[in-house]
Design a protein around this ligand. Structure first.
Ligand SMILES: Cc1cc2nc3c(=O)[nH]c(=O)nc-3n(C[C@H](O)[C@H](O)[C@H](O)COP(=O)(O)OP(=O)(O)OC[C@H]3O[C@@H](n4cnc5c(N)ncnc54)[C@H](O)[C@@H]3O)c2cc1C
Length: 488
């Protein structure tokens, strides 16, 4: 081909070079490539939360560097509605095709369909691929041809094919076309927080493909052994912490699935299976969101639509700031605020506290998590919030109301986690660290703690709040047989 027309690779939540089918197929075409990322903030698409913007900033920097250093390309950055940006770029370069990897939420699907039909009508080839899931949502169906609503049968069916597709290698150096194509400066997008820059606690994260790979390697050589038991202990690094890397597609589930299956040499397979099952929950949540797109903002169980959630701004604010007076709840909320991440067990405890002890609508919690989590992911966030609130598919039964004291004692018996995030409780003996209000005045004095001043007294009484929640849920007629939880 003499001066062949270029092909655009449109990067989205697949910010990696390896196991990136859109990139690999584009490279195989032999055409010069244009690597593009679009910051599309059009109405209808959910704006990124602040912590996600921080992550995206670093991840794009890393991708641009990898493209340049490893396969000789340049990442073009443009902001605007995707169709306008792509149409402009096609007009400027004469590109004849656009390749991308699929996403599964309704707003993005609608946007992508509109892009595809407009470009195809103009004679531009559009191809999309699966980079983000082991099984696409429509590939796993019941014997009756329906979608699954319960995790266990879903995973039984899905895990049979989950490990079949091998991850792709990073393409070798490709032809690139970027000269004289304008790219916006990443700094002009102002993704990194300014005045104040609150991201000091995010220092341990390494966004980007290399950081994701390192995290995976460390997990395989370390915490995967013992994962089944240690994943419940918030004071230790007993889980992979791959969630933000997975969300932004710096590593894909196929790569993780294979690496863990091949790389783990210890144990009897229980740890690997337990870990793969968590990847399965991610798959299930995407499956449910795809088949029931309304759950992004609505109860899966519509009988909850008339539920009288309480409007209590001071309590919501106390929850957000980690000032409820329940140490395990407050430690989790402060871990989230400081690092952009929270341990799964503690996410369940704080979500239960908000929706059951405070009877505040799960959507308020979901919004806060969306803004503050570096792994904020529509399918996982919405499904987990609805799971805890009891409004979701395969949800926890309404009568499961975590007691924040017994949960703290069970999963953080020495108070290591709580003391890390609530240094004001450091001086308390272990027996009181999850219930400081039970300590006698002399004990509090010795610990240098004035309750209500250094640390709040509980904003609700556990027994009263539990009874109030049970009454409210019973009044709704909510009843379900207990089901297995992701953490069971
Ligand atoms: C209220 C609530 C909100 C949540 N919001 C999100 C969210 O926005 N984004 C997000 O990725 N996860 C969310 N989770 C799920 C879970 O807490 C995180 O995925 C997990 O803590 C990430 O840590 P990890 O990577 O070390 O997990 P690991 O234990 O190492 O698990 C490996 C991977 O499996 C997936 N996974 C693990 N647990 C779950 C789960 N319960 N549901 C779905 N996928 C899971 C994640 O992709 C994770 O990276 C939420 C959980 C709760 C209870």
């Amino acid at each position: 081909m003499k001066n062949p027309a270029p092909l655009i690779v449109w990067f989205r939540n697949d910010l990696r070079l390896a196991d990136n089918p859109a990139l690999t197929h584009a490279a195989d075409s032999g055409r010069p490539l244009i690597a593009l990322y679009i910051l599309d903030e059009s109405a209808g698409l959910r704006p990124l939360g602040a912590a996600s913007r921080w992550w995206l900033d670093k991840s794009l920097t890393s991708l641009a560097q990898d493209l340049r250093d490893q396969i000789g390309g340049q990442l073009i950055l443009r902001r605007g509605a995707a169709l306008n940006v792509l149409s402009d770029l096609i007009g400027e370069t004469g590109a004849i095709a656009v390749y991308w990897n699929r996403l599964y939420d309704a707003a993005t699907i609608d946007r992508d369909w509109a892009v595809q039909s407009a470009l195809t009508a103009g004679g531009v080839e559009c191809r999309s691929f699966n980079a983000g899931l082991l099984n696409e949502p429509w590939q796993v169906i019941t014997g009756g041809g329906c979608d699954f609503r319960v995790f266990t049968p879903y995973w039984r069916a899905a895990s049979a094919t989950a490990g079949t597709a091998r991850p792709l290698r990073r393409p070798a150096t490709s032809l690139w076309r970027w000269h004289e194509i304008h790219s916006e400066a990443l700094s002009s997008w102002r993704l990194h927080p300014q005045r104040p820059d609150w991201s000091g606690g995010f220092v341990d994260w390494r966004p980007g493909e290399a950081g994701a790979q390192r995290r995976l390697d460390e997990f395989i050589s370390g915490a995967v052994s013992g994962y089944a038991a240690q994943r419940e202990v918030p004071s230790i690094a007993g889980t992979s912490r791959l969630s933000p890397h997975l969300h932004f597609g710096e590593v894909g589930p196929r790569q993780i699935y294979w690496a863990v299956a091949m790389g783990s040499t210890t144990g009897d397979g229980t740890d690997v299976e337990s870990f793969q099952k968590e990847i399965g929950w991610r798959e299930f949540n995407h499956h449910v969101l795809f088949h029931h797109p309304k759950i992004a903002a609505n109860n899966f169980r519509t009988d909850f639509d008339n539920f009288a959630w309480r409007d209590d701004p001071p309590a919501l604010e106390a929850w957000k700031r980690g000032r409820t007076g329940y140490p395990i709840v407050d430690a989790g909320m402060r871990e989230l605020w400081s690092t952009g991440w929270m341990h799964n067990r503690v996410r369940m405890i704080v979500a239960s506290f908000l929706t059951k002890h405070l009877l505040i609508d799960w959507r308020r919690g979901e919004e806060w998590f969306w803004d503050t989590l570096v792994d904020a992911d529509l399918a996982n966030n919405v499904a987990n919030w609805q799971w805890v609130a009891g409004t979701g598919a395969d949800a926890a039964p309404y009568f499961r109301i975590f007691n924040p004291v017994t949960q703290g004692v069970k999963y953080d018996p020495r108070g290591v986690y709580v003391r890390r995030w609530l240094p004001e409780l450091c001086g308390l003996p272990d027996g009181f660290v999850h219930q400081p209000w039970e300590a006698e005045a002399a004990t509090l004095r010795t610990a240098g703690l004035t309750l209500g001043d250094d640390y709040p007294t509980p904003i609700v009484d556990h027994a009263l709040a539990r009874a109030r929640a049970l009454n409210a849920f019973r009044a709704l007629g909510a009843s379900r047989a207990p089901v297995r939880s992701p953490a069971a």
